[in-house]
Design a protein around this ligand. Structure first.
Ligand code: NAD
Ligand code: IPM
Ligand code: MN
Length: 339
């Protein structure tokens, strides 16, 4: 079996702790990883002022994949301005490595609000309001202006929409929903809507649907089984995937893959959740999201059997009605033991 070069970025808060469990489970699945740990996040920033040095970015480009825990300072931090790590590290990696698909699968956990749901959100991952367009005029004066534009290119939207169709075609339900706000965002929404229908002509077997993002929040709670594959823009995808995590059993189970489908460089795998400073250092974060993210990585690296085994172990653990007070380490051990 081959060994894969994996860059490991534990990051902040619960990030390093959940990654320990993910790596433990990959090892138990019999896959050898040649890991390099990168100390990036608040600690390094406070020590050196560096967020993502160019030399580290270049090293990361040479990896087969990247596993990331979480980055971000606590909301009350006065030493790390908001966005320093999110934009300077996480979004920089997504943009620089052209990880234009953010794939987030949701399968309902028994006892959750949506035990029967089984859908995947394809979130555009390089554009929209995340692109960084905008700025200030007269900052700090009573006349100040702040703008934050949404960047939507035909190229960026189309490649995302096409990826979603390709995914939907490979699933039994053959159903794809565009989520946007075309009733108000009449420029970006129009481009998304036209791309959705134009590309859709190449996929005659797919049933197409459209929901406004606000109504999507109702349907995710009241009728989540209506979804098979959702395609949406960067910010809407961010928001609805936290909601999807909550209805499907909790954010501690929600995994994600930041994909460069062209494989011109490494893809990056991380839980949907963040640094969770409110439970940091307490050994009570659920590592399942990180473990499932590692399974997405194994699958993308071509280790499909190991990925299937890891997911089966996670599901078996979930179905065993585990004690909710189990620690991060105990959950990792219980899943690893099943392999
Ligand atoms: P969060 O996802 O960190 O936490 C939201 C809530 O979910 C908290 O109550 C937390 O305790 C809970 N939670 C999260 N993960 C959990 C887990 N594995 N097990 C059990 N409970 C869990 O979101 P936030 O509080 O808005 O953000 C905290 C920091 O993380 C911020 O700096 C933010 O920018 C950053 N963040 C980073 C990422 C990322 O690295 N991908 C994602 C989201 C937020
Ligand atoms: C996520 C996070 C990130 C996002 C932040 C930390 C930049 O919330 O991965 O969902 O908004 O994409
Ligand atoms: Mn988010």
């Amino acid at each position: 079996m081959s060994s894969y070069k994996v860059g490991v970025i534990g990051g902040d808060g619960i990030g390093p702790d959940v990654l320990v469990e993910a790596l433990k489970v990959v090892d138990a699945a019999g896959v050898t990883l040649d890991t390099t740990e990168y100390e990036l996040g608040a600690v390094r920033y406070l020590r050196t002022g560096e967020v993502l040095p160019d030399s580290v970015l270049e090293e990361l480009r040479g990896q087969d994949a990247i596993l990331l825990g979480a980055v971000g300072a606590a909301a009350n931090s006065t030493e790390v301005p908001p966005g320093t790590l999110e934009r300077g590290l996480l979004l920089k990696l997504r943009f620089e490595l052209d990880l234009y698909i953010n794939l987030r699968p949701f399968v309902g956990v028994p006892g959750s609000l949506a035990p029967d749901c089984d859908f995947i959100v394809i979130r555009e991952n390089t554009e929209g309001t995340y692109a960084g367009e905008g700025g200030f005029l007269r900052r700090g004066t009573p006349m100040e202006v702040a703008t934050q534009g949404s960047v939507n290119t035909r190229h960026g939207v189309e490649r995302c929409v096409r990826y979603a169709y390709d995914l939907a075609v490979a699933r039994p339900r053959q159903h794809l929903t565009l989520v946007h706000k075309i009733n108000v965002l009449t420029f970006s929404g129009d481009l998304w809507n036209r791309s959705f229908h134009e590309v859709g002509e190449e996929y005659p077997t797919i049933t197409k649907d459209y929901n406004h993002v606000d109504a999507t929040c109702i349907f995710l709670v009241e009728q989540p089984t209506r979804y098979d594959v959702i395609v949406t823009d960067n910010l809407f995808g961010d928001i609805i995937t936290d909601l999807a995590g909550a209805i499907a059993g909790g954010i501690g189970y929600a995994a994600s893959a930041n994909l460069n489908p062209a494989r011109t460089g490494p893809s990056m795998f991380e839980p949907v959740h963040g640094a969770a400073h409110d439970i940091e250092g307490q050994n009570k974060a659920n590592p399942a999201a990180a473990i499932r993210s590692a399974a997405l990585m194994l699958d993308f690296l071509g280790e499909e059997d190991a990925a299937t085994a890891v997911n089966a172990a996670v599901n078996d653990f979930i179905n065993s009605a585990p004690d909710p007070t189990l620690s991060t380490t105990e959950v990792g051990d219980a899943i690893a033991e099943r392999l």
